[in-house]
Design a protein around this ligand. Structure first.
Ligand code: SF4
Length: 81
């Protein structure tokens, strides 16, 4: 699993992350900022998510593309299931 954090206060709603990784990020309809998609949220939080390893490339791409540098992607963690 990959842990992703998003500092939503710094998001400028450019759309790069949901273009790069549309299954994981989405635009929040209330404030227009990026948010973690519901199914990947940790404890229901918009700004913290847990992603399967198959998202590794698109998450790295989103992290690098974010002009505000508010996306943090952890290295993949071992899965215990
Ligand atoms: S790439 Fe960064 S600034 Fe752009 S929408 Fe995503 S989190 Fe916000």
């Amino acid at each position: 699993m990959i842990i992703v954090t998003l500092e939503r206060d710094g998001c400028i709603s450019c759309g790069q992350c949901w273009a790069s990784c549309p299954e994981f990020f989405r635009e929040d309809p209330d404030d227009g900022r990026s948010a973690v998609s519901e199914r990947y949220r940790i404890a229901g939080k918009q700004d913290e998510g847990s992603a399967p390893d198959r998202f590794k490339e698109c998450l790295r791409e989103a992290e690098e593309a974010c002009p505000s540098e508010v996306i943090r992607v952890s290295p993949p963690q071992p899965s215990f299931d």
